[in-house]
Structures are given as structure tokens and as C-alpha cells.
Write a protein that binds this ligand. Structure first.
Ligand code: UFG
Length: 338
């Protein structure tokens, strides 16, 4: 299948491109490099041994999307392209609603014009807010999002559900990602944060590499096993493979179809456990301190992933240890490049 991957030069997108190619599909990338770099395409070339078809542009332009659909016989779409900085979304909500919601609506419309029916959408466990109970399953009620970014994910799910409810001929899946970490084992692609990382693992690897002086753990006075937040950290390659599984599942569907799936490991680790595991598997000492809480952080969340295990026939294969080794290998490779 020819699969259009919007945001295919991004962290999760690029790893998904590799898995699509390995499974015999032809990925076609759209990216505007707003949160990625052309070097990612070189990394993909090295891993795959051939160039991936690429279009530079923004998905919030119907004209641009139409030109890509007109030139290619596209069988399905994976829509990663979106802005994802929680803090920035609080300061500039219109940017987030315009970009994240606008591009989804335009994409669905252009798909319709070209009779492309299948779409896998990047959603997030952020739709659960601060859950009353963990693990969260797809039946756990969603809660009001605590940022405009998070709200764009909830609204996007509503759009997909409503379009299908209206009987339009589309098959959609929303994958609710937990916390993706790690990098491809080749260390040719990985996470490329823009400026100072706000996510935990890139901050850790940059601290270990001497790019940052010290990691601050945001709070150790939460009501959790060691007082730090609990997350479900999933290796990005396992997450990438979930998109393939979602496509296989959609291939058995016709007419109007929508469903959502949690994509995580099913296990919760604390921030401190993750830091200690990073030190252990990479045999180093990390400079870190405990600081105050970060506002807006969910205390504890991890997923019940039995629905994806069963219906998508997908399961994580990689451990936290492997993810943290791969993340460190990638950071070291980045340091060599400079
Ligand atoms: N953390 C630190 N120090 C840091 C960075 C993070 O202690 O320097 C802690 C956070 O407080 C949190 C945990 O590490 O407890 C994970 O933080 P991340 O920023 O890596 O990830 P989040 O769980 O906050 O955010 C992720 C995605 C968001 C998404 C959110 C909810 O990055 O895009 O999950 O789904 F909105």
C-alpha cells in the first residue's frame, strides 16, 4: 500500500516510516520541518537503503494536500503532523486549534475528494486528564483537557467519531499514545527536540551528554510509590509498529468505521525509577536534583492495553531498559555529529 505519512520526519513519524517500509508498504512523507530536520531523511535513507518520497509542506493547506494526492495513488494516511508543545499551546491557543484541528479537517476533506478512506490518527492519553483509577482503558471516561494542545486531541477524536456517525465512507482509528521514548537501534533516527527539551528522556540524555547541566525532577511529594509521577513509557519502535497493526485492522473494515486504542506497555514506572534505570543500563551517574512540581502534570497514568493486544494483534516487544539504552546511543551519535 502507498501510505501517506504526514509529519513523517518527526520522532514517531520517522520510526513508523521504517516499519511501513519493512512491512513492504511504500511510505510517502509530508513534513514542513517545523519540528524536525532534513537530516532525518538522510537517516531514513541509511536505514532503508533507498530514498523515501518526500513533500515539504504544511497539512493546513488544502491546495498542498490536493497536489500530493493528485500525484500519488494513496491507499491510506497516517496523520502525525501537529504542534505538540503543551506550554506553547497555553500561550497561543489559536495556533493549536488552527493547525491541529484545521489540518485534520482539510485532510479528511481531501481524502474524500480522492476516495481515500483509511486514516490512523495520533491521539494521546492526555484525553484521560488526571484519571480517577489506573490503568485507564478505552472505556475510562475522557476528562476536560488541561491544555489547548490536549483539547485538540479530544476534539480531533470527536471529529473522527462524528464524521463516521454521519455515515460518511471512512475508516478511522485514533491511537492514544502514552509516553514514547527511545530511538531506532541503528541510532540513525531518534528524538530531535527543539531547543531545551520539555520531555523527560531527551532532558536526561542531554544531561548525561553534558549539553544540560542538571536534570530537575519535578516533584517527589506526589501520592505515588516514591513520590514522583508515574508514566507508561513505550519504546518508539513498538509504538511505530502499532500503526502497522492498525492499518491491517482497517483493511478488514469497509463502510463507516471508527475506533480508538490505547498504545502503551500497560506498566507504570515512576520518573525516579526511569532515571535510576537509565543510570544502571548505561553505567553512568546522572546529575539530577528534586525540584518543585511542574504545573499541569498528571500524577499517575498508565494504560490498559488489552484492547490493542486483542483486536490489533499487537504487543510491545521492547523493555524500558532497551529504550533507555537506545535513547543514550542516539544522544551519543548526535554528539559525534557536532
Ligand atoms: N519530568 C521531569 N523533569 C523534566 C521533564 C519531565 O521531572 O525535565 C517529569 C514530568 O514532571 C512528568 C514526566 O517526567 O512527570 C514525563 O514528562 P514528559 O514531559 O516527558 O511527558 P508528559 O507525560 O508530561 O507529556 C506527554 C507528552 C505530551 C502529552 C502528555 C499527556 O509529551 O505531549 O504526555 O498525554 F500531552
Amino acid at each position: 500500500m502507498n501510505i501517506l505519512v504526514t509529519g513523517g520526519a518527526g520522532f514517531i513519524g520517522s520510526h513508523t516510516v521504517v516499519e511501513l517500509h519493512n512491512a513492504g508498504h511504500t511510505p510517502i512523507i509530508i513534513d514542513d520541518f517545523s519540528n524536525s530536520e532534513a537530516s532525518v531523511l538522510k537517516g531514513l535513507h541509511k536505514i532503508l537503503g533507498e530514498e523515501v518520497k518526500f513533500y515539504e509542506g504544511n497539512c493546513n493547506s488544502e491546495e498542498f494536500l490536493r497536489s500530493v494526492f493528485a500525484e500519488n495513488s494513496i491507499d491510506g494516511v497516517i496523520h502525525f503532523a501537529a504542534a505538540k508543545a503543551v506550554g506553547e499551546s497555553v500561550e497561543n491557543p489559536l495556533k493549536y486549534y488552527d493547525l491541529n484541528i484545521g489540518s485534520l479537517i482539510k485532510l479528511i476533506q481531501v481524502m474524500g475528494e480522492f476516495k481515500v478512506e483509511k486514516l490512523v490518527f495520533s491521539s494521546s492519553c492526555t484525553v484521560y486528564g488526571e484519571p480517577d483509577e489506573v490503568p485507564v482503558s478505552e472505556l475510562t471516561p475522557r476528562k476536560p483537557a488541561n491544555s489547548p494542545y490536549g483539547n485538540t486531541k479530544s476534539i480531533a477524536e470527536d471529529i473522527l467519531r462524528d464524521v463516521v456517525k454521519a455515515g460518511m465512507n471512512y475508516q478511522f482509528i485514533a491511537l492514544r499514545y502514552f509516553n514514547p521514548i527511545g530511538a531506532h537501534e541503528s541510532a540513525e533516527i531518534g528524538e530531535l527536540p527543539n531547543g531545551v527539551p520539555s520531555n523527560l528522556v531527551p532532558y536526561i540524555t542531554q544531561t548525561a551528554a553534558g549539553v544540560r547541566e542538571q536534570l530537575t525532577i519535578f516533584g517527589d511529594d506526589y501520592d505515588t510509590k516514591d513520590g514522583t509521577n508515574i508514566r507508561d513509557f513505550i519504546h518508539v519502535v513498538d509504538l511505530a509498529k502499532a500503526h502497522l497493526a492498525a492499518f491491517d485492522y482497517l483493511n478488514g473494515k469497509s463502510d463507516s468505521f471508527y475506533d480508538e486504542f490505547n498504545v502503551g506497555t500497560g506498566e507504570g514506572y515512576s520518573v525516579l525509577e526511569l532515571v535510576q534505570t537509565f543510570e544502571k543500563v548505561n553505567d553512568l551517574k546522572l546529575n539530577y536534583k528534586i525540584g518543585p512540581r511542574r504545573s499541569g502534570d498528571t500524577v499517575k497514568i498508565y494504560g490498559d492495553v488489552s484492547k490493542a493486544n486483542k483486536l490489533l494483534n499487537w504487543k510491545t516487544q521492547k523493555s524500558l531498559e532497551e529504550a533507555l539504552k537506545d535513547a543514550w546511543r542516539w544522544e551519543q551519535k548526535l554528539a559525534e555529529r557536532k
